[in-house]
Write a protein that binds this ligand. Structure first.
Ligand SMILES: [Zn+2]
Length: 459
């Protein structure tokens, strides 16, 4: 693959976690899957034959976003008035939505994943983690395999969270029997997926994360065996925590979820939880001490009217933070760029009630880049530097939308918000979205295929 020269970038945000991680008026040169150089006037040096030169004047380049929590399959239940959180109790909502989820077919999982990933790419996301915990018996066991196919079609870097639920409703879970698996089935399929797809090498496009859905919907043995498998295979762990702390955990296990998971060993630098809305200050310190990460999903907090996650306290205690869209059952878009803005605005709303200051706007971009890469255990993505993966996106600031905003490129996404698709998204040195198109793919055809798959269901 020939390299690409982005010539004359107005700014390159190299590392949003650093106060001065921005370079002005530079070129960026890629070579194969990696960034080769960033600096002034690289075109004066001899470029390798076949280098594609892009006029990047007025462009801000950013590290590709890393989404750390999602449920792609929920993309097929977006924008439905009958599933309005503000008019339903959680139990009423679950009783409506789970029968829908349990009717999804293997094709639905493929096309909903393609749909979600396409939207993510259009808005600058280059690495997607998906928490796929829905395995209706009728849909078979090839769902994650089909997700890897969808990712490959779009050129997306994909970390598959193989989820699952084992505890029946009759024993206190919220999961219908048609979506249950045994612990053995779940662990065996995780092992199969790791052996078939997990690639730990630099620039890897495919990884697997062992991700039982949540403690309230699984037997303890499911979590214990998840820990054993993940540590044996050297892969990461993920689950939902503190998203409506269930009294069942205390009743069943005599402790809160964070202590329960710590006792099992489902903690550590190779482990990240989604949400953690309602954790106590002591529990946040526990996460920081064990190195366990948190994927903060701001938009469900608005939609569900939940406790506003105390990001300032998490940051002050040193909890490792990433950002996630979450599934469309509690966030109707798959736009992580939008979440950077909404996460920042949400914290500003309650700043006066906090003991710690709201992190800087650029920190919210850092959660979605360097933070997400860190949660997924990736050292080759999340920043722009020679030798790292060429995962990036571009915003052409020569528009009325951006007049007056050029002072601080690293804060643009959180403070101003970017309401349109990127001008270009690149993954592993390959342009996967540019000039309003997915090169080599027909977007209208993909959308029609996805609508046709959706139409096969009587939802
Ligand atoms: Zn979730």
């Amino acid at each position: 693959m020939a390299g690409t020269l982005f010539k004359g970038c107005a700014a390159v945000v190299t590392d949003p976690s650093l106060p001065h991680g921005v370079m002005r008026d530079v070129d960026l040169l890629t070579d194969g899957p990696a960034i080769h150089a960033i600096g002034p006037d690289l075109s004066a040096t001899l470029l390798p034959a076949g280098t594609d030169v892009i006029d990047a004047r007025g462009w801000f380049l950013y590290p590709g976003l890393v989404n750390t929590h999602h449920h792609f399959f929920q993309t097929f239940v977006r924008n439905r008035a009958d599933l309005d959180w503000t008019k339903l109790s959680v139990i009423e909502w679950l009783d409506l939505i789970y029968p829908i989820f349990s009717r999804l077919t293997e094709d639905c999982f493929y096309h909903s994943s393609l749909t979600a990933m396409a939207e993510l790419i259009k808005h600058g996301c280059t690495t997607a983690f998906d928490h796929q915990y829905n395995f209706p018996r009728a849909a078979g066991k090839r769902i994650v395999d089909r997700q890897f196919q969808a990712a490959e079609r779009l050129g997306m870097r994909f970390h598959a969270g193989r989820g699952g639920n084992t505890l029946p409703k009759s024993e206190g879970s919220t999961i219908p029997d048609a979506m249950l698996e045994t612990t053995d089935e779940f662990i065996a399929d995780c092992a199969r997926l790791i052996d078939s797809y997990h690639d730990a090498a630099p620039f890897s496009m495919r990884q697997v994360v062992v991700s039982p859905c949540q403690p309230v919907n699984c037997y303890r043995e499911t979590f214990e065996q998840s820990v054993a498998l993940a540590r044996d295979k050297g892969v990461f762990l993920h689950t939902h925590v503190g998203e409506g702390e269930s009294p069942f955990i205390a009743a069943r296990h005599g402790m809160r979820t964070v202590d329960y998971l710590e006792e099992i060993g489902f903690v550590g630098p190779d482990t990240f939880y989604a949400h953690c809305w309602e954790l106590t200050d002591a529990e946040l310190r526990q996460l920081a001490a064990s190195g366990t990460g948190v994927s903060h999903c701001p938009e469900p907090v608005y939609l569900v009217g939940a406790e506003v996650t105390d990001i300032p306290a998490m940051a002050a205690h040193g909890v490792r933070l990433g950002l996630g869209c979450d599934g469309s059952a509690s966030n109707d878009n798959s736009n992580l760029m939008h979440c950077i803005h909404s996460a920042y605005m949400l914290q500003c709303l309650v700043a006066a009630r906090r003991s710690h200051p709201v992190p800087e706007p650029r920190d919210f971009l850092a959660y979605a880049t360097t933070g997400g890469a860190d949660l997924l255990g990736r050292r080759d993505i999340g920043r722009l530097a020679p030798g790292l993966a060429a995962d990036l996106f571009a915003i052409d600031t020569r528009r009325m939308d951006y007049v007056g905003t050029r002072h601080d490129p690293a804060s643009l996404l959180a403070k101003v918000g970017v309401g349109m698709p990127t001008d270009l998204t690149m993954i592993n040195g390959r342009i996967v979205w540019a000039k309003g198109e997915f090169p080599g793919l027909d977007e209208a055809e993909m959308a029609a295929e996805a609508e046709a798959a959706l139409a096969t269901l009587d939802l």
